[in-house]
Design a protein around this ligand. Structure first.
Ligand SMILES: [Zn+2]
Length: 213
């Protein structure tokens, strides 16, 4: 590997993008999950990544289990509840507010997953409120959010609509870019020629300043 390639691949977004492009170009017909696992790239085929995620606030298990759980990723249940309340349990992609016998239901999705190799953070700007269908599609990289805040199909780029927003819920442009890179659709983060350091910084995209009325 050349020095330049090595330097480029040290950037997690560039690395994710590279894995996605290779996968799409040469390995599209192979079972993605087992392929990534065999290549030592487990987790690159999903937005959430690999690793046990534990919900904080649940009843504590027996001592042995608590010891074993030390290395687990803690997910803040209160934070998830907060973002769902802000959006009134409405999916930020389609606006669906799913009704159950016991009230409305939505899911809090991490944009940059908590699991390996993504190691995302459990914080408000890294969350989206989604319906179960769009959560699955976001996690399996079937949809992504472009730099203008438009939700698009990864396969053909078709727009599904604008991401719904709440003024009290700032979304990290850097995390959205990371997810796009996983989808192989990061067009802002790398240059095709010249020095990679001239590429735009992650946070320069206008998305975090856009808010819904
Ligand atoms: Zn939805």
């Amino acid at each position: 590997m050349t020095k330049q390639a090595e330097r480029l691949l040290a950037d997690p977004c560039v690395r994710s993008q590279a894995v996605a492009v290779l996968r799409e170009t040469y390995l599209a017909d192979v079972d993605q999950h087992s392929l990534m696992e065999r290549l030592g790239l487990a987790g690159y085929e999903s937005a959430s990544g690999v690793g046990d995620v534990e919900d904080q606030g649940k009843e504590a298990g027996p001592a042995a289990r608590r010891t074993a759980a030390l290395s687990r990723i803690v997910r803040d249940a209160a934070l998830a509840a907060k973002v769902k309340t802000l959006h009134g349990d409405r999916c930020q992609v389609c606006g669906l507010q799913l009704l159950t016998r016991f009230g409305t239901y939505s899911e809090a999705a991490h944009i940059r997953g908590l699991g390996r190799p993504h190691n995302g953070s459990d914080e408000l700007p890294n969350l989206l409120v989604l319906c179960p269908n769009h959560h699955v599609q976001f996690d399996t990289l079937a949809i992504y959010i472009d730099t203008e805040g438009i939700v698009r199909s990864t396969a053909d780029g078709d727009p599904l609509g604008e991401l719904r927003r709440h003024p009290a819920h700032q979304i990290s442009a850097a995390h959205l870019r990371y997810h796009r890179a996983l989808c192989g659709r990061d067009t802002t983060g790398h240059t095709t020629q010249g020095d990679s350091r001239t590429s735009r910084p992650m946070d320069s995209t206008p998305i975090s300043s856009v808010s819904e009325r």
